[in-house]
Design a protein around this ligand. Structure first.
Ligand code: TXA
Ligand code: MG
Length: 317
């Protein structure tokens, strides 16, 4: 049975913290998407997370910490750039790829010598990470390759009965996964491995050096797989309005258009922030309604939209 705990109830929050400390697996709210958390120092709990998600062992997970000082527990040879960025963007949707501390289990990192770390911007989650003095691994709380959850209800649709608890902290404020920045070799050009809410331009400005955000790269991150983030509905790109004759299909647009049937359109918002907040949430909703086909309006080719283009290209056929 999966317990539902309310993050704004102090007793229930403490209970979630103790469960995590003692080796339970608990879905947690973050500002990006819900994660499926386990105490990162507990190898049994880590393995249970992989089993519940059906996730291959070689896919590394992000360690979530509650305070900057905890960085040194998980990484070593931490460059100044990491602290600069942490001060600016943490807590927040930025994950830093660093060298794994030798005492940290390679189970977390799929055997890799690198480790991904972030401090989530969710006050109650940070409170329990600080109080229990733990870091937690937290891959998105969905079954492998499926859509990331942005509410506790979405988590339960996929994982009810397979996990100890879900901590309900309401709807995620950002709505898509964090940016992953590779900081392993700071003498070389810095690279974003997974585009996200924090853009290369923002990072470049703080570091006073150019950060690249290649549309494609060959570093193996699970988010780099061709197929990912998939809803049940078929996702197709909208080429012409002639595509959309099927009356039960839905067309996702930024804002309502005159050249498409009004009742089939669903507007997600004109800014990347609004669009990200609505995207997974809407895809979950449309799956619940068993909408067979979702048409996607192509997104602008500008850098602000890169993370969203990336997610939709991996989700669509
Ligand atoms: O916003 C987020 O990052 C969310 C919330 C829950 O924090 N988490 C998330 O985790 O998206 P997950 O596991 O679904 O995606 C993590 C990505 C994967 O693509 C994984 O391969 C990559 O981070 N990653 C983690 N550790 C890595 C490592 N040591 N080396 C390379 N890639 C790594
Ligand atoms: Mg994921």
């Amino acid at each position: 049975m999966t317990l539902i705990l309310q993050a704004d109830n102090d007793k229930q929050l403490q209970h979630a913290g103790r469960l995590l400390k003692l080796g339970g697996i608990v879905a947690i709210p973050t500002e990006t998407v819900y994660g499926l958390a386990a105490n990162a120092a507990d190898t049994d709990a880590i393995q249970q997370v992989y089993q519940a998600k059906n996730r291959p062992q070689n896919h590394p997970a992000i360690v979530h910490i509650g305070a900057i000082e905890q960085l040194q527990d998980w990484a070593y040879g931490i460059p100044d750039e990491a602290y600069l960025l942490a001060e600016q963007f943490w807590p927040g949707p930025l994950t830093l790829l660093l060298h794994r501390h030798p005492k940290v289990s390679p189970l977390i990192t799929g055997g890799s010598h690198s480790i991904a770390i972030r401090m989530p911007n969710q006050a109650q989650l940070r409170q329990i990470l600080q109080q229990q003095n733990i870091g937690v691994i937290a891959p998105s709380a969905n079954l492998h390759k499926q859509l990331s959850p942005t509410t506790a209800a979405h988590v339960l649709e996929q994982l009810d009965g397979k996990i100890d608890a879900v901590l309900d902290g309401g709807r995620c404020s950002v709505g898509i996964e964090s940016t992953i920045l590779d900081l392993r070799e700071t003498s070389e050009k810095l690279r974003i491995l997974r585009p996200g809410p924090i853009t290369a331009q923002q990072l470049s400005k703080v570091l006073n050096q150019q950060v690249e955000a290649p549309e494609q790269h060959d570093v193996s991150v699970a988010g780099n797989m061709a197929k990912h983030y998939q809803p049940q509905a078929k996702l197709r790109w909208l080429n012409t309005s002639a595509n959309t004759t099927e009356p039960q299909s839905i067309i996702l647009v930024r804002s309502l258009r005159d050249d498409l049937p009004q009742q089939q359109q669903h507007a997600l918002g004109d800014t990347p922030e609004q669009f990200a907040h609505a995207l997974y949430h809407t895809l979950h909703e449309l799956d619940q309604k068993r909408v067979p086909t979702i048409w996607l309006e192509p997104l602008p080719e500008t850098h602000e939209w890169q993370a969203l283009r990336n997610r939709l290209h991996r989700a669509a056929e």
